[in-house]
Design a protein around this ligand. Structure first.
Ligand SMILES: *Cc1c(COP(=O)(O)O)cnc(C)c1O
Length: 468
């Protein structure tokens, strides 16, 4: 294909995308293919000769599409959303067409300067004070890794990268048991080791870290000669939306001189609505905060905003040329590749800019408020339905429930079976989790195009399939 052919196929792709989205409600949300079916339909060996674009396109529709789960489906109630507003898809199309590698300011000044601007727009949008500076990372996992590396280097007086961890005291990092697995992985990759990630017990309906237990754990570690490095708090944990009391965590961190990272990967998008900000009160005192506009907000994956109170700590940890630090900021040039683990950088700021402008904060707030209202209504309705009980009440738009009809012995197996049957039915898609050991059904409303009728359909499907 050359760029002249591209004109034709690009138009067809745009039509295909619009048709795909117009017909999404008619498709099962979760792919209904058997394991291995797509693989078996693909030739074992690569083609030697060029194939016609029409043949490739036909196979894409016939072989690939049936094996896709539709994350943009309005009745996607599983995991967390990965919303891609049409305007952000369009921005990604331009980014693909330009295909610039935006690692340094001079490799595309507009990409760097737009990133600076939209990160600051996002900072204002979620109500973080102007002492924070933002950068776009590929994912929350990467941002958390950056934060863990920074807390490691800071605790080791910047010697870890140079001398390694051998011979150093054991570094300790603290979090609750509700944090995302990306925290564990960051700890592994940073060489700190899982045994040194200390899980603080949680308490209360928000399933928040017990600040007193946190203080005790730090004191015990210091007495044992270990080196506390930082605390990772979460706002909106993945399982049931657990949210730490950030202010209480910050009191401990400040008293102990520890670096703090707040993981608000999902819930952070909701902070564009001032009424939800109580959920992360105290966040303005954190060193590092991550939230994903690629989840609820609608900036096509991948687009993570990472806010830092002192980016110098991060750059000192990750910049490969320490002398660069001396000019950092002074000449007005920022090289964002020194703020993240990969050197190469996609132009991710463009879709965020398109999204915020095309919908306005008002439009995005309305979407989030609707989802929260509808999820609360569904939770209340299920709770009043015979045989159903809400297990964790809505944290924003996320709650868990259980079907516990009389006479069922193994409720875990019964609920897993119900989840499986719901997903095989295809009208909606949701997942399970465990709360205090018990298997529960997890529901979140967050699809960009969801309506209150879609959430009502969820009620109908759940109760219909649960009926004996
Ligand atoms: C989704 C999620 C993550 C991981 O996000 P990625 O961007 O996929 O790395 C981390 N923490 C929480 C709380 C999440 O919900």
């Amino acid at each position: 294909m050359n760029w002249e052919d591209f004109r034709h196929w690009g138009r067809r792709a745009a039509d295909w995308a619009a048709d795909y989205h117009a017909g999404l409600r008619q498709r099962p949300v979760r792919a209904q293919v058997a394991p291995g079916a797509v693989l078996a339909a693909l030739p074992d060996t690569p083609p030697e000769s060029a194939e016609a674009m029409q043949a490739i396109f036909d196979d894409f529709e016939q072989t690939i599409m049936p094996g896709m789960t539709h994350w943009q489906h309005p009745r996607f109630f599983a995991y967390f959303p990965a919303n891609a507003a049409p305007v952000s898809v369009l921005a990604e199309y331009f980014v693909s067409a330009i295909a610039a590698q935006c690692m340094l300011w001079q490799t595309s000044p507009a990409a760097t300067e737009l990133e600076t601007r939209v990160c600051d727009w996002m900072r204002q949008a979620v109500g973080l004070p102007d002492g924070f500076t933002g950068v776009i990372q590929d994912s929350a996992s990467s941002a958390t890794l950056c934060a863990v590396l920074t807390m490691r280097e800071r605790a080791l007086a910047w010697q870890g990268n140079k001398a390694g961890l051998a011979g150093q005291p054991r570094l300790r990092v603290y979090c609750s048991a509700e944090v995302h697995t990306s925290i564990d992985r960051a700890i592994w990759i940073a060489g700190i080791g899982e045994d040194n990630l200390i899980r603080i017990p949680t308490q209360g309906s928000n399933r928040a870290m017990d600040a007193e237990a946190l203080r005790t754990a730090i004191a015990t570690d210091r007495a044992a000669g270990h080196l506390p490095a930082g605390i990772i708090a979460c706002t909106g944990g993945t399982s049931a939306g657990a949210s730490d009391d950030i202010a209480a965590v910050m009191d401990v961190a400040e008293a102990e001189g520890l670096y703090t990272h707040v993981d608000a990967a999902w819930a952070g998008s909701a902070m564009i609505c001032p009424e939800f900000r109580a959920l992360w009160a105290g966040v303005e005192r954190a060193d590092s905060v991550v939230l994903n506009p690629h989840k609820w907000l609608g900036a096509q994956f991948d687009c993570t905003t990472h806010f830092l109170r002192d980016p110098e700590d991060l750059v000192r940890t990750l910049a490969i040329q320490p002398e660069y630090l001396k000019t950092h900021g002074a000449d007005g040039i920022v090289n964002y590749s020194e703020w993240s683990v990969p050197l190469g950088r996609r132009f991710r700021a463009l879709k965020l800019w398109f999204l915020i402008r095309a919908h306005g904060l008002k439009g995005l707030r309305e979407m989030i408020r609707n989802h929260v209202t509808w999820a609360q209504a569904l939770a209340a309705r299920l709770d009043k339905t015979d045989g159903f009980a809400v297990v964790t009440t809505p944290m924003l738009s996320l709650f868990t429930f259980r079907h516990a009809p009389e006479g069922v012995q193994d409720l875990d197996a019964h609920n897993q079976d119900l989840v499986n049957r719901i997903n095989e039915d295809g009208r909606i898609y949701l997942t399970q989790t465990r709360i205090d050991g018990a298997l529960v059904i997890r529901f979140q409303a967050g699809a960009f195009t969801a309506t209150s009728e879609d959430v009502a359909t969820a009620y109908d499907v759940i109760t219909e399939l649960a009926a004996p």
